[in-house]
Design a protein around this ligand. Sequence first.
Ligand code: AKB
Length: 318
Amino acid sequence: MRRILVTGALGQIGTELVEALQARYGEDRVIATDVRMAPPGESPRSLYAHMDCTQLPQIFEVVRRYDVGTIYHLASLLSAVAEERPQIAWSLNMGGLYNTLEVARQYDCALFFPSSIGAFGPTTPRDGTPQDTVQRPTTMYGVTKVAGELLCDYYATRFGVDTRGLRFPGLISNTAPPGGGTTDYAVDIFYQAIRYRHYTCFLRADSCLDMMYMPDATRAMIDLMEADPGRLKHRNSFNITAMSFTPERLVEEICKHLPEFRIDYEVDPVRQAIADTWPRSVDDSAARQEWDWAPEYDLARMTEDMLAKLSAKLTTAA
Ligand code: AKB
């Protein structure tokens, strides 16, 4: 069987996706790649290749060398950092995707594309955001996500490339930290709650956004790529969500386990402005109907698991 390539494998999603893919298909079937050099001792156990996806020949070389049949293309800048460096965001998010699609076309690979709730904008309905609706984002991140969805659909209809994608909400995880996203507070808060029983939040207390725990996200990616193509009416990309909450509500949940935990707010205008244009809760019924999507973690279960796993990890590290 042909191998599976993950780009951006050292990032927040990649780190856990590589492990989930190895568990499902075997260690020697997964090639982890990233533009960063893996820190010694922290490299995923799979085959690792240094690869810059803005350099087309490097992707060709890895795909050819390892006989790759499926690509999970995760390398991209997140929303807040993309707003700081829009030119680099365009070049990485679009250039990297275009190159990867070209390689997928020429080597007959399936391709997974991570879109985002950032693909929506201020004119999108914010509650129960439909699968098919207005997509006029006002951030560079959002522009690259909408353009990415369209480009993936184009490669599917024009060239028959098996492209599939998900519009991820904020992802919460305890392995690798996120970097430069608007929803990062929902991860940082757990580290600070365990270490200091205090957190200063960069979003307003009432900023409601969709979220998901990483085990659900990695399962969703693999399930979508394995789904019967005959059932898929949509491809790029499916709305999915597991929970939707505000910082205020998350604090309430954390306080059930750490009653002395306190929060204050120092709102970052850039990230708040981004959050204010994103859905408060998306409708993921298309994903439920077309490939049986169903999350396992709600807010209570995710909070309990995050606190348990992170407390163990931070105690060992101390
Ligand atoms: C971000 O905040 O940029 C990401 C996302 C929701 O796409 N986590």
